[in-house]
Design a protein around this ligand. Structure first.
Ligand SMILES: [Zn+2]
Length: 421
């Protein structure tokens, strides 16, 4: 009978798993060197992970004298994560493997304002269908929601567009139903994590991700870790005051918030105004031929060089750039990534964001900074959900509690375990 696994063992095991996820395949000596461990100490740990099928043996490697070593691989199919992202009117439900690859996903229509029982209840059949296709066990669930989430409890706190969701125990609800640990986060935080692991933030230590859609939100990744702050609201920049003299009331109830002035509804309201009064010939013509004045049309008008449409993108970019400049004073990232559907406005938006940031932020904070539009697909949020769950599950304090059963399935209580980081 092997001895019990201690927390000290779990710390090393956790580092080995993280290393193997990153490298995918490696030799034992490569691992020993990276983790600064003796080969004998490492072999015991590796054998344990091989026994629990988290690692597998790969092909034979070239010999450097003596018996040829065998490559070790991370078994990314040892389990799966159910990943969910819900927006105001639609959602995405998918399955990610343990390397963060989204294997399948499907869109669902919903109305988030109908409240948690109705919205989550309607998802069960899609979730059950998605899970039934799995050839291995479900390890956990990650879900992103369009409101402020108290990360420790997995509850939304006073979300502006989600009546009925305030303090609804989303985590507990899903854990009871699916018998796996669940992590709930703000959707933009998950996008920031997805971008940091799989997109423009790769290899970057600290990034800011800004989503510009109906709302505006931000997520911060500091030295590779998603920054939640004391209660989970770090990076929620949509309600920074952008214009103190503004009389436009935000959906949060305050006046002059960034998202009320530079989010999609504000941009499209202005576009519709200049389409109706003829200030923009391009938009007026489109409106007359019964086209919807949406972000796609505005993007086309900008590409066609319509000066008034370009001005709209520039003004929104200026407000967003000002907010980013303020973030840079507090948080000194190497990259700012812009996503969300408004980012389709492209270079006119981006160049005015850049101009404002370089104008208003300090020279030191912008010296090595790059600002760019996200180029990974729409599933960046659910990708982030997959990484989040996996990274929470392999924290040593949790790993200790599930490794011997080979899977976290059936242990929803793992989400409540206190961890160091
Ligand atoms: Zn607001």
């Amino acid at each position: 009978m092997p001895r019990a696994i201690t927390l000290r063992d779990a710390r090393v095991l956790s580092r080995i798993i993280a290393f193997s996820i990153e490298k995918k395949a490696f030799s034992r000596s490569e691992l020993a060197e990276a983790l600064d461990l003796s080969r004998s100490a490492l072999d015991i740990k590796l054998d344990l992970l091989l026994r629990f099928k988290l690692l597998t043996q790969g092909k034979l490697l070239d010999s450097t004298g003596g018996r040829a070593p065998r490559e070790v691989r991370f078994n990314q199919n040892a389990g799966y994560v159910l990943v969910i992202e819900l927006g105001a009117t639609g959602g995405l439900i998918g399955i990610a493997d343990l390397a963060g690859n989204v294997l399948t996903s499907s869109n669902v229509k919903l109305d988030i304002s109908e409240g948690p029982q109705k919205v989550l209840g309607a998802l069960h059949s899609v979730i059950d269908k998605t899970i039934s296709k799995l050839d291995s066990t479900l390890w956990g669930i990650g879900i992103g929601l369009p409101g402020p989430v108290e990360y420790a409890s997995g509850m939304l706190i006073a979300p502006p567009i989600m009546p009925g969701w305030d303090r609804f125990p989303v985590r507990e609800y899903l854990e009871k139903k699916y018998k796996v640990p669940v992590w709930v986060d703000n959707e933009v935080n998950l996008m920031a994590l997805g971008e940091s692991r799989a997109g423009a933030g790769r290899e970057m230590h600290s990034i800011v991700y800004i989503k510009i859609g109906t709302g505006i939100g931000g997520g911060l990744v500091y030295q590779g870790q998603l920054l939640h702050g004391e209660s989970g609201s770090a990076g929620d920049i949509g309600h920074l005051k952008a214009k103190s003299e503004s009389t436009i009331v935000c959906r949060c109830g305050k006046r002059g918030c960034l998202e009320a002035l530079a989010g999609a509804p504000a941009i499209l309201r202005e576009a519709l105004r200049i389409a109706k009064n003829g200030e923009s010939k391009y938009l007026s013509a489109a409106l007359k031929s019964k086209r919807d004045v949406d972000i796609e049309l505005l993007t086309q008008a900008i590409l066609a060089g319509d000066p008034k449409s370009i001005q709209i993108a520039n003004e929104a970019g200026g407000l967003i750039g000002s907010a980013i400049a303020q973030i840079l004073f507090l948080f000194n990232p190497s990259k700012v990534v812009i996503g969300g559907r408004v980012s389709a406005l492209g270079n006119e938006l981006l160049s005015s964001i850049r101009r404002t940031v370089y104008d208003e932020a300090s020279a030191l904070s912008t010296r090595n900074l790059s600002i760019e539009i996200s180029n990974i697909s729409d599933d960046v949020g659910i990708k982030g959900a997959g990484y989040l769950v996996l990274e929470e599950l392999i924290k040593p304090e949790r790993l200790l509690l599930w490794l011997k059963s080979g899977s976290p399935f059936g242990k929803p209580e793992l989400s409540a375990v206190k961890t160091e980081l």
